[in-house]
Write a protein that binds this ligand. Structure first.
Ligand code: DON
Length: 604
């Protein structure tokens, strides 16, 4: 089986496209037209500090928000599929807290939403522990294997090998999700891991009825899935066809792997029989994993990024996610404008210009904080935002070519987000992924584990876009044991009146969705309104505002075009946002699942 080769004629997500722009020309041009205040020369002084975690400010201190509230007395879960929300609810009903529920929901999603996340992938868990007000980002991002190297996906001529970083086991980084289960349950949960994982084990063993989204993904990726006999056996009919809606998808090997984790903790995955089967399978398929890679995997507790926007506290994902940096960067820029008082087209113009600049910073500066120095304090500072604003004209779009930098992104295909609030006020926002639909498509024999293709989130070659059109630079180059830069943005928005827990899948579009979701909530929209509001997106390059039907009125479209924005209505809607809100005054808790998906928000 030649995984690196891939088929030129198959129909998987668009491969690499268009070469990078001529950066040197841009830089010269930009240097002529762009305010130097907006592109400060950053000192090399960052890296996200690891724990200690962030404590919520005491009453009356800096951000003026009240300290930990009384408990909401109601719990809520919003996730991408009802069976997963129900798995979380089951664990809460047994006396578990939000962190136990997070394990139960993640594990159930690994079973019933295998397109999007799973034991073979990773992600970020944003945690708030109510008893001491501590906020933590649990970094369960996949890591490059030790044998990975900067040019591993390039041919002899230095060109990216088609699909080498997206298809088959060579595309897979060392998973983080199983280690997160163990860590969450042991360090934060109330119940044994065995109890937290029980609903997922049951779902894997008894099967779940195939539903439209997963069936659609199977149809879309069928040719890829056929290349891995184990994947084909689980998700296709014996003749290689797409199963009917309602067909029971049973995953006994996955149930056994979950059971190994339930009884042995992380060791049940990163050591022993499962680890041997994973490494044997990966190596037989041309991948690089070793037993030592698995044994060495550790989740990391990091300090979340915290920003302030018009009195609200924004707590979000820190690097190796770019999400919190970009959202806070954009909100800082927007804090200089009267969004509420502006006509809609002007407001959208400012939002688009803020997105343009935040996405540019993402592309230029960010990577794994354990490997690269980043100018984080500067990027999320108000002074930097003031500099950025000097380049924004009130009546005119600024072409992205005028901002020095690099290329573009495309819409993501899958990933998952869920939000949890328990009756004590503990909360979790978790965005998890195996990257593309069904990850690398490869399932290691005897494990039931679909491996990720997160290696594609690295910059495979400077200036060459990944599958989302993302271009990176040296900060996100492949290196042994490094974590690839992510856009996943689990976020809390806290005000004097209440809070929101949110996040969504969507590749590079995640950041703009979370930004708009935060602004909508701060404007007073309910959870149900936030998840359904039509979205728009600008990511610096390509220099286009993509919008969902209904995002702009005809008048707004004309006005934005007159300012010089290029608008394009997206061919499909994007995102699968899962939101929980809690209103302190009324005690009301709401959970809402994006109507673009098939999820469920539960309050009980
Ligand atoms: O970490 C990232 O940014 C990507 N692996 C996320 C992929 C994604 O959201 C695909 N989905 N819609």
């Amino acid at each position: 089986m030649n995984w690196a080769g891939g088929g030129a004629d198959d129909d998987a997500p668009s491969g690499r496209f268009a070469s990078a722009r001529v950066a040197a020309l841009l830089l010269v041009f930009a240097a002529l037209v762009f305010s130097t205040a907006a592109v400060p020369a950053f000192a090399d002084d960052t890296a996200t500090p690891a724990a200690p975690a962030v404590r919520r400010p005491a009453p009356g201190t800096t951000q003026g928000l009240p300290a930990a509230r009384a408990a909401p007395h109601q719990g809520a879960i919003a996730s991408a599929y009802p069976l997963a929300s129900e798995a979380g609810q089951e664990v809460l009903a047994q006396g578990g807290n939000a962190f136990d529920a997070a394990v139960a929901v993640s594990a159930a999603l690994a079973v019933v939403e295998p397109t999007s996340s799973g034991l073979g992938g990773g992600g970020f868990y944003l945690l708030h522990r109510q008893i001491d007000g501590v906020d933590i980002m649990l970094d369960a991002r996949e890591k490059a294997p030790a044998a990975a190297s900067r040019d591993m996906y390039l041919d002899k001529a230095g060109n990216p090998i088609d699909r080498a970083s997206t298809d088959g086991p060579l595309a897979a980084a060392i998973p983080g999700e199983p280690a997160a289960f163990d860590h969450l349950a042991r360090r934060f949960g109330r119940l044994p891991l065995k109890v937290d994982l029980a609903p997922a084990i049951r779902l894997a063993r008894r099967g779940f009825p195939l539903y439209a989204r997963v069936q659609g993904a199977i149809r879309y990726k069928r040719d890829e899935l056929l290349k891995s006999p184990e994947t084909a056996r689980v998700f296709l009919t014996p003749s290689g066809g797409v199963p009917e809606l309602g067909a029971l998808i049973k995953q006994p090997e996955l149930a056994a792997t979950l059971e190994a984790i339930a009884t042995e903790g992380a060791r049940g995955f990163y050591g022993g029989r499962v680890a041997r089967d994973l490494v044997d399978g990966v190596r037989a398929g041309g991948g690089l994993w070793t037993l030592a890679d698995l044994a060495a995997y550790k989740v990391i507790e990091r300090k979340p990024l915290v920003g302030e926007y018009r009195g609200a506290r924004i707590v979000s994902a820190a690097p190796p996610s770019s999400g919190g940096v970009a959202v806070i960067d954009a909100l800082n820029i927007l804090s200089g404008y009267d969004l509420k008082g502006a006509v809609a087209a002007t407001r959208h113009h400012w939002e688009i210009e803020a997105m343009r600049r935040a996405y540019r910073d993402r592309a230029l500066y960010l990577g794994d904080p354990d490997f690269v120095k980043m100018p984080l304090p500067q990027i999320i500072s108000q002074d930097y935002a003031a500099g950025q604003r000097t380049s924004i004209r009130p009546d005119k779009a600024m072409p992205s070519d005028m901002l020095p930098g690099i290329e573009s992104e495309r819409v993501g295909m899958d990933t998952t987000h869920f939000s949890v609030l328990d009756a004590d006020g503990n909360r979790v926002a978790a965005t998890l992924s195996i990257n593309l639909f069904f990850g690398s498509g490869y399932m290691a024999p005897k494990t039931g584990v679909l491996l990720n293709d997160t290696m594609d989130d690295f910059s495979v070659k400077p200036g060459t876009p990944n599958v989302f059109g993302l271009v990176g630079n040296a900060a996100n180059a492949i290196a042994p044991n490094k974590r690839a830069l992510s856009s996943m943005t689990p976020t809390f928005v806290e005000t004097r009146k209440g809070l929101m827990i949110l996040g969504t899948p969507g590749g590079g579009y995640i950041i703009s969705m979370v930004l708009l979701g935060a602004l909508d909530y701060l404007d007073g929209l309910s959870a149900a309104e936030v998840v359904k509001t039509p979205r728009f997106h600008h990511q610096y390059l390509p220099d286009v505002v993509e919008y969902e039907s209904g995002a702009f009125t005809d008048t707004e479209i004309s006005r934005l075009q007159a300012m010089g924005h290029t608008l394009k209505e997206g061919s499909r809607r994007w995102g699968n946002m899962q939101v929980i809100t809690w209103d302190y005054a009324t005690g009301k808790v709401e959970a809402a699942s994006d109507p673009r998906g098939e999820g469920e928000g539960l309050v009980y």
